[in-house]
Design a protein around this ligand. Structure first.
Ligand SMILES: [Zn+2]
Length: 108
């Protein structure tokens, strides 16, 4: 038997953890999985200045974001970086980019 709080193992016959005051469980639950977040691209740019602007906009809005291709761009100044945000943050990110006239446009 295990305590789900402190993960201490107890012998049979013990039904609660005296330290945590919680009932014991036969098996410890598996470790929590990393939260899966689906990322969507909100902007593609080959311009490092735009990239830096967008990153600072998203950071100040506390939108978790991820830049795909950034390393390549910083090293070689070529290619296109994609800024991706979590699916949940996409509408807000797009609104912000639109305010700054940085959106990808499009009809969708
Ligand atoms: Zn415990």
């Amino acid at each position: 038997m295990f305590c789900p709080e402190c993960e201490a193992e107890y012998v049979e016959g013990v039904h609660g953890c005296p330290d945590c005051r919680v009932p014991l469980v036969p098996e410890l639950p598996p470790p929590p999985q990393l939260e899966y977040v689906e990322y969507v691209t909100v902007l593609k740019t080959g311009n490092p200045i735009v990239l830096a602007m967008v990153k600072s906009i998203l950071t100040s809005a506390e939108i978790r974001h991820y830049v795909k291709g950034e390393v390549l761009q910083e090293l070689f100044r070529v290619g296109t970086a994609e800024i991706q945000v979590g699916r949940d943050d996409e509408p807000e990110a797009r609104n912000l980019l639109r305010e700054f006239k940085l959106g990808t446009g499009g009809t969708g």
